[in-house]
Ligand binder design. Structure first.
Ligand code: SF4
Length: 383
């Protein structure tokens, strides 16, 4: 069986070339052909030694993912649905802005974390993506966009956010080589600030990411108390907020930015009241006696069938942001993009397969659980 060269970072490719009896610098040439020129045909890699060009087809291939669909939004957002086999699909979204082009990449088919407000979480977990499947999303999007936008030889994707389907840090084994390719000057040459990993709070893996490949970090917070976060982000029962914020403080010395981004999905009547904003301020400014240097990103909830949740009204989101800004936490409201193509995470792939019947299990959970009760951190400590 031949190997897919998209599965290798430069170190891995060098080891592979050595196995073929080739010098390491040949790996750099090959790597550039793949990730800087988008090549997949060895015979066109003219500066490779002929001996290597002849060996490669019998030992390796460069293969992306089949495209199930592509949708183009009126605002320039493009969304791909990629087939990863076994009835599973993952989504990748390109979001163009004036000064950047951001690609939102998936790390797993489905997700085991099961956040209540997340369409992917309702689909259940199928499997981890391989390094090659993570990188194929970037590789295919970049070289499609260069052609599509008529920008040959010019980098179109300037930022990558690991915020698509899946919890990236529950697939860190495949994630780290993929990040290394994104950062490598012979690959995509993105700076650490322009590559963001989003996590729901897998604390031990946050430490590992800091050691092995520190990039910008976004943490899905969504609630100021453990009682509420336990319900919205079930992983909180394993790694509660205090442990998560400690991990953020440990991450910061290695991080490419001097702050952590916290994501906060605005859910009508659930986590969007002034008392939630006040509790959030106390938490983020007061944790460990010094607070966590951070920015907060408010995300209008994108409703999907059977979520049982509604998006907070615009005025409520604005008031929430004002309270936080006034309290000294820089807070922005995320613009929604690609509304006409359902560009929010998980909305299309869910139509392909609900492998573990997670949607049914979640609906049952909602009907058997008590309504969400807001508890201030002070009350929680007393309880
Ligand atoms: S928000 Fe992220 S971690 Fe939570 S279920 Fe969705 S994909 Fe998984």
């Amino acid at each position: 069986m031949t190997v897919n060269l998209l599965d290798f970072d430069l170190e891995g490719l060098a080891a592979f070339c050595e196995q073929l009896g080739e010098k390491r610098f040949r790996a750099t040439q090959l790597f550039r052909w793949i990730h800087q020129k988008g090549a997949s045909d060895f015979s066109l890699m003219t500066d490779l030694a002929r001996s290597l060009r002849e060996k490669l087809p019998g030992a390796a291939h460069i293969t992306g993912l089949p495209v199930l669909s592509r949708q183009d939004s009126a605002d320039g957002t493009i969304k791909w649905l990629f087939d990863v086999g076994g009835g599973n699909a993952v989504e990748t979204v390109f979001i163009p802005e004036d000064d950047r082009g951001t690609l939102c990449v998936s790390s797993q088919a489905g997700c085991a974390v099961g956040c209540r407000f997340c369409s992917t979480g309702h689909q259940g977990f199928s499997r981890n993506l391989t390094t090659g499947e993570i990188l194929a999303q970037l590789w295919q999007a970049e070289f499609f966009l260069r052609q599509h936008l008529n920008r040959p030889g010019e980098r179109v994707i300037t930022n990558v956010v690991m915020m698509g389907m899946g919890e990236p840090l529950q697939n860190i084994h495949a994630l780290i080589p993929a990040l290394k390719v994104m950062l490598d000057d012979h690959g995509y040459g993105l700076s650490r600030r322009r590559v963001t990993v989003s996590t729901s709070g897998v604390v031990p893996m946050m430490d590992r990411l800091a050691q092995e490949c520190p990039v910008a970090l976004a943490v899905s917070l969504h609630a100021p108390t453990d009682a509420l976060r336990d319900d919205l982000v079930p992983l909180n029962r394993k790694y509660p907020i205090a442990e998560l914020l400690d991990a953020c403080l440990r991450y910061l010395p290695a991080a490419p930015r001097d702050f952590i981004t916290f994501e906060y999905c605005m859910l009508d009547g659930v986590n969007d009241q002034p008392e939630h904003a006040q509790a959030l301020l106390e938490l983020l400014r007061g944790h460990a006696g010094r607070g966590v240097p951070c920015k907060l990103n408010l995300i209008p909830f994108n409703p999907f069938p059977d979520s049982g949740l509604r998006c907070s009204p615009r005025a409520v989101v604005q008031r929430f942001g004002q309270l936080l800004n006034a309290g000294g936490i820089v807070t922005t409201i995320r613009k929604t993009r690609g509304d006409d193509i359902d560009a929010a995470c998980g909305q299309l792939a869910g139509d392909v397969l609900d492998r573990t019947n997670a949607a049914r299990r979640m609906a049952q959970r909602r009907t058997t659980e008590q309504p969400i009760r807001f508890v201030t951190p002070e009350k929680e400590r007393q309880a």
